[in-house]
Design a protein around this ligand. Structure first.
Ligand code: URA
Length: 426
C-alpha cells in the first residue's frame, strides 16, 4: 500500500493515482489516519493539477464507500433522484418528488439546507408545521416503499468522507474544482443508490457555476461518472441569472410549490419541473412523461401524493396554509413602462438571506416567513406604477433595505434567455 506522502507527491507532480491509492487515501480520511493537513494538501494538488475521469470515478466510489450504501428491494424500481447545484427560488424538488411518484417513479430524496445565498429544500420543508426531515434510513426506506416518495436530510451514515473533505475544501478555497464537486455530489447520491439520476446544473449570477461553459463541463462529468457507476443519468443546464418562479424565501416557496402542484403555478417553474421529471421518465422507459405530469398536475393526483408524503412525515398542510404573513410587506412598483427582465438572482438570494431567510453560520435559525414575492414574471411588459413584487420582512428597516437592493438590480429591455439551456443525455 502506498504511503500517504507518496500519494501526495504523485498528485503534486501531476501523476495519475490508481484506484487503489485513492481508496486507501479516502479510507484514511474516514478513519482519521489521514490528517486534515494531508487531506488539505491533496485537495490543493487536485485543485491545481486536476483529476482524470478515472481518478474522479475512483474518488467518487471511495467517498461513497466510506459509509452506508442504501440497499433497495429492486421490485421497487424505477427509483430516481434529482440533484440541483442550487439556485434562488429553486423549489423544484418539492414539486418534482411527488410529481415523479405520481407517474410511477419512486423518489428517495436526501436534500440539504440553504448554502450561502441559495435556499435549501430542508429549510423549505420545515416551514410546514410538524414536518420531520430527520427520519432514520429504515424509516426512509419504508416510506419510499409505502408511498413512493420520502424527503429527508443528509445522515452521517452516508458518504462521511465527503463531510470531512467538504469542510476542508471550504477552509482551503478548493471548492470550485469540477472533479471535486463531481465526487462530492455523486458520492452522496450514489450512497442513496437509485437507478436513475437527473441533474439540474445551474449557471449565472445566482449559481455556483457562473458560466454556461463551466456548467456544461460539470453536467457532462456528472452524467458520465454516474454512468460509469452503473446508473442511468441525464442533465439539464439551466439559467440562474433571475430567480426561478415568483418567490424566494421558505414559506413563500412552499406556497408556490402548492400552487404548482394544484396546476396554477408560474410557467417557468412548472415547465422546468416537468422537464426534469420527463428526463427521469425517459430513463425509466416511460415515453409520455410530460403528458402524464400535466395530467397529474391538472387532476390533483400529484398534490395528493404530496399531501400523503407530508402527512407520513408528520406535517400539516392546513396549518401551513393558516400561517400568518411576515409582520411587514412593502410593494415595489415599476418606475417606468417597459419590458421588465426581473431582479438579479444573486441580489435576491443575498437580500433574502439578510432578511433572515438564510444562514451566515451553520447554527443560525432561519425565519421561514421572510422573502421576495413577484407579482409579474421575469421578462414581461409592465406599465409605470404597476406592482412588480413585494418584500416580506420581520421589521420595516430590514424591509426598506431589501427593497432598495432588489430594486437597484432590476434589468430592463434586454432579451430574456430560456430557462433550459442544454440537455445532456449519454
Ligand atoms: N454540493 C455538494 O454536495 N458538493 C459540492 O462540492 C458542491 C455542491
Amino acid at each position: 500500500m502506498a504511503a500517504v506522502t507518496d500519494i501526495l507527491r504523485a498528485k503534486r507532480d501531476s501523476k495519475s493515482l490508481s484506484s487503489t491509492e485513492i481508496y486507501s487515501f479516502v479510507s484514511g480520511i474516514a478513519d482519521g489516519s489521514v490528517t486534515d493537513y494531508q487531506a488539505s494538501a491533496f485537495l490543493m494538488a487536485a485543485y491545481i493539477n486536476g483529476m482524470s475521469q478515472d481518478e474522479t470515478y475512483a474518488l467518487t466510489m471511495a467517498m461513497r464507500d466510506s459509509g452506508t450504501v442504501v440497499q433497495w428491494d429492486r421490485s421497487l424500481s424505477p427509483l430516481a433522484d434529482k440533484h440541483s447545484t442550487g439556485g434562488v427560488g429553486d423549489k423544484m424538488s418539492l414539486i418534482l418528488a411527488p410529481l415523479a411518484a405520481s407517474i410511477g417513479i419512486r423518489v428517495p430524496m436526501i436534500s440539504g439546507r440553504g448554502l450561502g445565498h441559495t435556499g435549501g429544500t430542508l429549510d423549505k420543508l420545515e416551514s410546514i408545521p410538524g414536518f420531520r426531515v430527520d427520519l432514520t434510513l429504515e424509516q426512509f426506506q419504508k416510506q419510499v416503499a409505502d408511498t413512493g416518495v420520502c424527503m429527508i436530510g443528509q445522515t452521517g451514515q452516508l458518504a462521511p468522507a465527503d463531510g470531512v473533505l467538504y469542510s476542508l475544501r471550504d477552509a482551503t478555497s478548493t471548492v470550485t474544482s469540477i472533479p471535486l464537486i463531481t465526487a462530492s455530489i455523486l458520492s452522496k447520491k450514489l450512497a442513496e443508490n437509485p437507478d436513475i439520476l437527473v441533474f439540474d446544473v445551474k449557471c449565472g449570477t445566482g449559481a455556483f457555476m457562473q458560466t454556461r461553459e463551466d456548467a456544461l463541463i460539470l453536467a457532462q462529468n456528472l452524467v458520465s461518472i454516474s454512468e460509469m457507476s452503473g446508473k442511468k443519468a441525464s442533465a439539464l443546464v439551466t439559467s440562474m441569472n433571475y430567480p426561478i418562479g415568483l418567490s424566494a424565501g421558505n414559506t413563500l416557496e412552499v406556497q408556490e410549490s402548492l400552487d404548482i402542484l394544484r396546476g396554477r403555478g408560474p410557467a417557468d417553474a412548472t415547465e422546468l419541473t416537468i422537464a426534469l421529471v420527463e428526463e427521469m421518465a425517459l430513463l425509466a422507459g416511460i415515453s409520455n412523461g410530460s403528458e402524464l405530469c400535466r395530467k397529474n398536475l391538472a387532476s390533483g393526483k400529484a398534490m395528493d401524493v404530496f399531501t400523503e408524503m407530508v402527512e407520513a412525515q408528520g406535517g400539516d398542510i392546513a396549518a401551513f396554509e393558516a400561517l400568518p404573513l411576515a409582520p411587514v410587506q412593502i410593494d415595489i412598483r415599476a418606475p417606468r413602462t417597459g419590458y421588465w427582465c426581473g431582479p438579479d438572482a444573486l441580489v435576491v438570494g443575498n437580500a433574502v438571506r439578510k432578511l433572515g431567510g438564510g444562514r451566515y453560520r451553520v447554527d443560525d435559525v432561519v425565519d421561514p416567513l421572510v422573502g421576495w414575492q413577484q407579482e409579474v414574471p421575469c421578462g414581461a411588459p409592465v406599465e409605470d406604477g404597476q406592482i412588480l413584487g413585494r418584500v416580506h420582512a420581520s421589521d420595516r428597516r430590514a424591509a426598506e433595505e431589501a427593497v432598495r437592493v432588489i430594486s437597484s438590480s432590476f434589468r430592463w429591455d434586454s432579451p430574456t434567455e430560456p430557462v433550459i439551456l442544454e440537455v445532456i443525455h449519454s
